[in-house]
Design a binder for this molecule. Structure first.
Ligand code: AMP
Length: 542
């Protein structure tokens, strides 16, 4: 038919080209592994990303070959985001917190050809390289004079000498937008990890949606601090959304402690930050005793695990920072829902608004969701009935890399493994991972609700709720608690703290004090391991 719009593939290279042309002087500031601050602009990123593309051509890498990274959030990692994907190769970001055996397994499964790594991970690379036969080239993300001598790693060169030798002109190739651009292995707690393979189209559409006002609300006037790592689901797509809007980017490098993050926020006038609750806990713990305040920070996206109400309150009331609670997963690029209020909520009293803010939020355009019962039938959106959460959309996984695990979809929908409710306004509330749900006397108890109350106690640093077998009720909840250093609370005091905050039968039967709760590579609590640790535990009254 005559009169149609132009057809132009949505390619990741177009994001950095746009940023170079329209926001060429917007800054990218990075705290480096060396400890100093590095600053330059989108124009520089674009130049150096083209050099990366030339350097990859120089290594004779084929289209769709995988280039792996073991790196913190920083400017060189950003150049790889654009240079690798833009030239048609696949950026494989590896989580350095994984066990070396898992890293070697993943690199082999992905058939990585090149590994680019921050010098902090040199010992890790030394431990695994002999087991990674597909990797032909090792690039240390450093200046040439910092390249370690006698590292024992074959074909090792410094990033600066590798890209420095290249020309800065390069015509980004144009190809099908459904080509793979990057990949991330899931942090699955059972079985081998499986990789979600993102495409140019899915990443670009996700970047567009993420920037919307009711989603992450990213604009050219923002200075964004992604504390969420670039090795985990593309730092929630922020490196792409920032280029698409021209926002300033501030990268924390390896320094994720409260003091370093606070100082960076203040020095770089950060308006907007994103990360998992554990990082923000470290920041608040640093700020509170010193009476520190933020001068520019206005909003923070918190997701990856449930954000406790105490944290939302502290940010809002003590620091004037709005918390945007988000839910997503590796298989969803990752954004699924984000919590912002609607106009009609303006008139509600604060306590009612707070109940909404605690939810994981509304689906963004591009994500369809539904909850289903054990019979596979869709459940109503009444905010009460729990069900297994299913999603679909253009940035939701269709199948895993190499078809691992078979067809994951059920009638075209991806089963998230999460359980939740959806209210009549479309707000999702996650109650549990399906395997963590506690069933007591036929009723479900949300472990997230039980944990949220415990962490609101001033002496509690972290809490994990698990179900244990009970002769009468099948299962009862108990709560494992890590106390804050120098603070104390007894079992009975903590149990009394639940009075009036939840129904009596949802109060845990016991408190177990532990030194630490096992965490996975992305900072989530590993309840499978906690259950193993507590396998000899017996309920007091059972
Ligand atoms: P990952 O793929 O490692 O990012 O993990 C995704 C999983 O993290 C989801 O399926 C949820 O179980 C959990 N998750 C992510 N965001 C939230 C949130 N805001 N509240 C509760 N759980 C969350």
């Amino acid at each position: 038919m005559l009169g149609l719009m132009q057809s132009q593939p949505l390619l990741i290279s177009s994001l950095i080209e746009f940023a170079e042309r329209h926001h060429g002087d917007a800054e990218i500031v990075s705290r480096r592994v060396e400890g100093d601050l590095h600053r330059y602009t989108y124009k520089d990123v674009a130049h150096r990303a083209r050099r990366v593309a030339n350097a990859l051509d120089g290594l004779k890498l084929a289209f769709s070959d995988r280039v792996a990274t073991l790196a913190w959030n920083g400017y060189r990692h950003l150049e790889l985001y654009y240079g690798v994907s833009g030239s048609g190769r696949v950026l494989h970001t590896i989580n350095p917190r994984l066990h070396p055996d898992q890293i070697a397994w993943i690199a082999n499964h992905a058939e990585d050809q090149v590994l680019c790594f921050d010098l902090s991970f040199l010992p890790l690379v030394q431990a695994v390289h002999a087991r990674c036969p597909t990797i032909k080239h090792y690039i240390a993300l450093c200046d040439s004079d910092k390249l370690p001598a006698d590292s024992g790693i074959p074909n090792l060169q410094s990033y600066e000498s590798w890209v420095g030798a290249q020309a800065a002109d390069y015509a980004w190739p144009v190809f099908d937008e459904n080509t793979a651009s990057s990949m991330c292995y899931t942090s699955g707690t059972t079985g081998n990890p499986k990789a979600a393979l993102y495409s140019h189209r899915s990443s670009t559409l996700h970047a567009y949606a993420a920037a919307l006002p009711d989603v992450m609300c990213i604009s050219a006037r923002d200075a964004i601090l992604p504390v969420v790592p670039m090795f985990h689901v593309n730092a929630w797509g922020i490196p792409y959304s920032a280029a698409l809007t021209g926002a300033k980017l501030v990268f924390p490098g390896p320094a994720l402690d409260g003091k370093s993050v606070y100082e960076l926020i203040e020095a770089e006038k950060v308006t907007y930050a994103a990360g998992v609750p554990t990082v923000w806990q470290m920041l608040l713990t640093h700020m509170k005793p010193a009476g520190l305040k933020f001068s520019t920070l206005r909003r923070t996206v918190i997701g990856g695990s449930a954000c406790p109400p105490a944290m939302i309150n502290a940010f809002r009331e003590d620091y004037g920072v709005e918390v945007l609670h988000a839910w997503g997963m590796t298989e969803m690029s990752p954004l699924g829902t984000l919590c912002t209020l609607k106009n009609k909520h303006d008139a509600l009293p604060d306590t009612e608004k707070m109940k909404i803010r605690l939810k994981q939020g509304r689906a963004l355009y591009g994500v369809d969701m539904k909850i289903v019962g054990p019979d596979g039938k869709e459940l109503p959106w009444d905010g009460k009935v729990f069900g297994d959460l299913y999603v679909k959309g253009p940035w939701v996984v269709r199948e895993y890399f190499k078809g691992e695990g078979g067809d994951p979809l059920v009638d075209g929908w991806f089963p998230t493994g999460d359980v939740g409710t959806i209210d009549p306004d479309g707000y999702l509330q996650i109650t549990d991972r399906s395997k963590d749900v506690i069933k007591s006397g036929g009723e479900w108890i949300s472990s997230i609700d039980v944990e949220n109350i415990a962490v609101a106690h001033p002496a509690v640093a972290m809490a994990a709720c698990i179900g244990v077998a009970h002769p009468k009720w099948d299962e009862r909840p108990i709560i494992a608690v890590v106390k804050k250093p120098g603070m104390d609370v007894t079992r009975d005091e903590l149990l009394r703290f639940y009075d009036g905050k939840t129904a009596k039968w949802q109060i845990p039967d016991d408190v177990v004090f532990v030194d630490a709760i096992p965490l996975g590579a992305t900072g989530k609590m590993l309840k499978t391991r906690l259950r193993e640790q507590l396998k000899d535990y017996k309920l007091p009254q059972a």
